[in-house]
Design a protein around this ligand. Structure first.
Ligand code: 3H9
Length: 714
């Protein structure tokens, strides 16, 4: 039989029609694919030699969903709707011959919906199925919220549609989402299954007609209420999970067709929302970070089989765990037995806590610990393909360590520094191989946080950069390449954000008010609670040491300094911006702090006033944006979207707002620019607008447009 189009081919095998999708890399339902499948179904329906049909993906996967690139075309009015996809679903479901979806790789989103509209599903043992639309601020829009509860029950469907996490083939079988797991060749197994179904003579089984799992109204209501409660607590302003539950609820209350209508309304509401547009931006931004102009895909890489870490403190310990978690053997060096023991004890207790939570087995913990080899010497450092330095943050100490590493590490090994602020080129200058030196700035806790800032020195070689980017993926991180400026991208911007949070206190806001406004905005934690967690002494020391590098006219952070003078360093001393009762990490507002702030404001002659949440958001978030714009025009970040990824994965910025630069686009660059100009007049020259911000505002442009002009699509 002739292929219907090049994206979809049709063959026959033992009386079974085989429709194969060939739309690499992930067989998304791009234009042409649904049309091809519809035409193939119609052709096979009329072919009397065919008794059943198998739908399978060519290449590495079944179908990873609707084509995400198409959504923007719909919301911007360039494209009408998703009707070819819906026509495909009707053709598949209505086919009088049984259709079997054969799943390998992933059946995600519209991919799972396509599989569920087929009459049966079989899968490879390693296949995954899921409705991850919420991660794009969407809900399933092709019947997923109506068919999944009919197959898997309301509780499981709510969890999968509201949470977006995929499940494996074994679980999918247990929950009734698939009918058989095929060991060995998937297509052969699917054809055998198809022949069995055809031989049974039963009419095609339509998922829409399977109502058994919806029968218990009281249990359904309970499952929906529990899901709503759980997602409501987690959502904090993020809409899609609750919309997904609303759609699943419709399956329990309405007919199938009415339920689909409701789902479609909710899907479209989500599709046109700023939240979904922001999350689609994040999806592509996450994939753009590894595309580096001038760094070809085939740049030779250094195989990383063994690692070594210098320093077993909080950062060094976390980095060591990140390597062990990825299955890479790692030497962990400390200067004294006591410090080494302390570091190892912390690593062991961290793993034990994960085992206790049921997220790791004892056996996995033992395997990971066995990969960590503690040492007090550099004896085996020549075995390491990469050495990560994670000693105390001070230039002289870092230089001493790098000079030592220069003489013990193999010449081709990568020498990475975990510095969060210091000059990578100065560190590299003490070695005879600056091309092998790079910054790997992990975020605490390093075994958990997804961000890795990869700091490119002047001489870091292409191979060291390319290896760092793929190593980040191996470690389960998102690596973002940044330039070598003070604080790099994340901390340089964070300093401006923290500064404004603290100034707002002296001007009249309370500690809880500032934190609550930013938590309400969607930040994982408020800036003052974050300060207490990180330790206020760290920024105090930096403020004192680098006074000469401060922006022009910047006034002192009086209250923050005063707290440190009183020994209030945050959680570790039981008090900072908040009080922490013995053994607790929960912040308790402290009237003493309010008094200190009021005294500092009086001493500085600041007239305190009422400050609302809007001002708190604008002062702190626009400070991020203004500094981000400076970083961008100075070339220390490659793209505005890279900055967004840094903030989402390293600083708890809400992904559904797309990151600070994307947020500025949503608010309107002109509005941001006007406010920054006002802040400059009201507060001082440290608010001088970034020239890029002024330029974008004047040209009515966005950061997204800036990115596009700078790095045209490949
Ligand atoms: C949906 O289905 C709505 C429905 O309810 C229907 C409503 C009517 N579209 O991630 P990778 C690209 S919403 C377009 O690096 P991996 C990706 O950009 C959708 N492009 O590979 C990248 O391009 P490039 C629901 C897509 O192996 C390349 O493929 N589905 C899509 O690490 C490789 O991707 C999802 O949300 C897509 N759907 O991971 C699934 N998917 O090379 C989203 C990928 O130019 N996708 N691309 O940078 C994923 O989760 C992962 O891509 C996947 C593979 C696990 C599939």
């Amino acid at each position: 039989m002739q292929p219907d189009n090049e994206l979809v081919t049709v063959t026959t095998r033992e009386g079974v029609g085989v429709i194969t999708i060939n739309n690499p890399p992930v067989n998304a339902l791009s234009p042409g694919v649904p049309e091809g499948i519809t035409a193939a179904v119609k052709a096979l329906q009329d072919d009397r030699s065919v008794q059943a049909i198998v739908l399978i993906g060519g290449g590495r996967t079944f179908i990873a969903g609707a084509d995400i690139k198409e959504f923007e075309k719909i919301t911007s009015g360039q494209k009408r709707d998703l009707s070819p996809m819906r026509n495909m679903l009707v053709a598949l479901e209505g086919c009088p011959k049984p259709i079997i979806a054969a799943i390998h790789g992933t059946a995600f989103g519209g991919g799972l919906e396509t599989a569920m509209v087929c009459h049966y599903r079989v899968a490879s043992p390693s296949a995954q199925v899921g409705q991850p639309e919420v991660k794009l601020g969407l809900i399933p829009g092709a019947g997923g919220t109506q068919r999944l509860p009919r197959l898997a029950g309301v509780a499981k469907a709510s969890e999968m549609c509201g949470g977006g996490q995929p499940i494996g083939a074994a679980d999918a079988l247990q929950f009734g989402i698939i009918d058989r797991v095929i060991e060995g060749d998937l297509l052969s197994g699917a054809v055998t299954f198809a022949r069995e179904v055809a031989a049974s003579g039963n009419p095609p089984r339509k998922t829409r007609d399977l109502n058994d799992k919806l029968a218990d109204a009281a249990a359904n209501a309970q499952a929906i209420a529990a899901a709503r409660d759980a997602f409501h607590k987690r959502a904090r302003g993020f809409l899609a999970p609750l919309k997904a539950i609303e759609a699943v609820e419709a399956a329990t209350k309405l007919s199938f067709d009415e339920g689909c209508k409701k789902e479609r309304e909710l899907f479209e509401e989500c599709l046109f929302s700023d939240q979904s547009k922001a999350l689609v931006h994040v999806f592509f931004a996450e994939r753009a970070v590894s595309k580096i102009p001038g760094l070809p895909k085939d740049t030779p890489q250094i195989p990383i089989r063994r690692a070594a870490v210098v320093g077993a403190g909080t950062m060094g310990g976390g980095i060591t765990m990140a390597y062990a978690n990825a299955g890479i053997p790692v030497l962990l060096k400390e200067a004294s037995q006591e410090a080494l023991d302390r570091g190892l004890a912390k690593i062991t207790s961290n793993y034990a806590a994960t085992v206790k939570k049921g997220k790791l087995t004892q056996q996995q913990m033992d395997q990971r610990l066995a990969l960590i080899q503690p040492t007090l010497t550099y004896d085996r450092f020549s075995e390491a393909d990469i050495v990560v330095e994670a000693v105390f943050e001070g230039m002289e100490l870092k230089k001493k360590v790098f000079a030592e590493l220069n003489s013990v590490a193999r010449p081709d090994a990568i020498l990475a520094s975990n510095t969060s602020t210091l000059d990578i080129d100065e560190i590299a200058s003490v070695t005879s191989r600056p091309q092998q030196v790079i910054g790997h700035h992990f975020f605490s806790p390093a075994n958990v946080m997804r961000l890795l800032e990869i700091v490119r020195g002047k001489q870091s070689s292409p191979s060291v950069i390319a290896t760092s980017l793929s190593l980040a993926k191996t470690l389960g991180k998102t690596g973002v390449l940044v330039g070598n400026c003070r604080g790099f991208v994340g901390n340089r911007m964070f300093a401006a954000y923290q500064r404004e949070a603290q100034f707002l206190l002296e001007e009249g806001a309370s500690v809880e008010q500032v934190d609550a406004a930013l938590v309400e905005f969607g930040m994982a934690m408020g800036p003052l609670a974050v300060g207490d967690l990180a330790g206020l002494d760290v920024s105090w020391r930096i403020r004192k040491e680098y006074k000469h590098l401060r922006p022009p006219g910047l006034r002192d952070a009086l209250a923050a300094d005063r707290l440190c003078e009183l020994g209030r360093f945050g959680q570790k001393t039981g008090a900072g911006w908040y009080r922490y009762p013995e053994g607790s990490r929960s912040p308790v507002p402290d009237p003493e702090v309010e008094k200190i702030i009021a005294d500092c404001a009086r001493a500085a002659g600041i007239q305190r006033r009422a400050i609302n949440a809007e001002e708190i958001i604008e002062r702190t978030i626009f400070a991020l944006v203004n500094e981000g714009a400076k970083i961008l025009e100075e070339g220390f970040a490659l793209r505005a979207s890279d900055i967004d990824i840094v903030y989402i994965h390293g600083y708890g910025f809400p992904a559904w707002r797309g990151g600070p630069m994307r947020y500025a686009d949503t608010v309107g660059i002109d509005r941001v620019y006007q406010r920054v100009c006002q802040f400059e007049k009201q507060h001082g020259p440290w608010w001088t607008p970034a020239p890029l911000l002024a330029q974008l505002a004047a040209g009515r442009k966005t950061f997204a447009a800036f990115d596009q002009e700078k790095t045209p699509a490949a």
